[in-house]
Design a protein around this ligand. Sequence first.
Ligand code: NAD
Length: 251
Amino acid sequence: MNLGDVRAVVTGGARGMGRHFAQAFAAEGANVVFCDVGAESVAAAASEIGVKGIAADVSREDDVERLFAEAEELMGGPVNVLLNNAGILRDGLLLRKDKETGAVKVLDKAKWDAVLAVNLTGPFLCARQFAKRAVETDTRPAVVVNMSSISRAGNMGQSNYAAAKAGLVADTATWARELARYGIRVGAIAPGFIRTPMVEEMRPEMLEKMVQPVPMRRIGEPSEIWEAVRFIVRCDYFTGRVVEVDGGLVL
Ligand SMILES: NC(=O)c1ccc[n+]([C@@H]2O[C@H](COP(=O)([O-])OP(=O)(O)OC[C@H]3O[C@@H](n4cnc5c(N)ncnc54)[C@H](O)[C@@H]3O)[C@@H](O)[C@H]2O)c1
């Protein structure tokens, strides 16, 4: 698929990697809109990067339906690329035993629910609505890109995030098989540690500790993840698989 033919929705595009992807799509001649939570941050990001934004929460069914209807209208045709990028972290160990009192504190169910809602239910709702509209309008080719993570292999303090990101890879394979007959491909990307506002705010010693086991000895750049997005969109024989862009790190 040529980028000039793309009408893309990027979720979570107000900052971080999503913002970079929205800008990169536009720079390469694609039609693109992004969504994010909070009308103010959406409006601010939209004017800063010159890409249209829609306030929508990917974990809400009604928001997702409205998102695709508005995106279709803004871009003058059905969406043919969905980048499921929105994600959140609510880290915590499954349990922690206090050394002095012996009291055992467990991971809050609210943290579990929040991460699953945004990182797994969100992509499900978006992919479902995207595919429904593509099939209804016979829009093909069409491509879904799911943003997983190196943490899908399991990572200390990330029961919720690891489960969501592994689930997203399982559904990448599932949706690829189910949707191929309609001309819809589905791929995933599993980034390692990437330079985003969250990472840049870390203390230098924490960052050093994080980078130490990475064979490339540095964190990745959003532009390096964009190369994977671009590849998945453009390569018509790629579906059901994960592109790992992590500097060689294995968790
Ligand atoms: N940064 C990394 O090192 C890294 C590594 C692996 C995977 N990832 C994944 O890449 C994606 C982007 O990460 P990032 O580092 O740019 O994160 P980020 O926190 O900088 O940006 C995520 C964006 O998603 C938005 N968002 C959150 N909840 C939302 C919701 N319910 N509906 C719509 N938008 C919502 C946020 O407001 C934010 O703008 C995430 O899925 C993340 O899990 C990041």
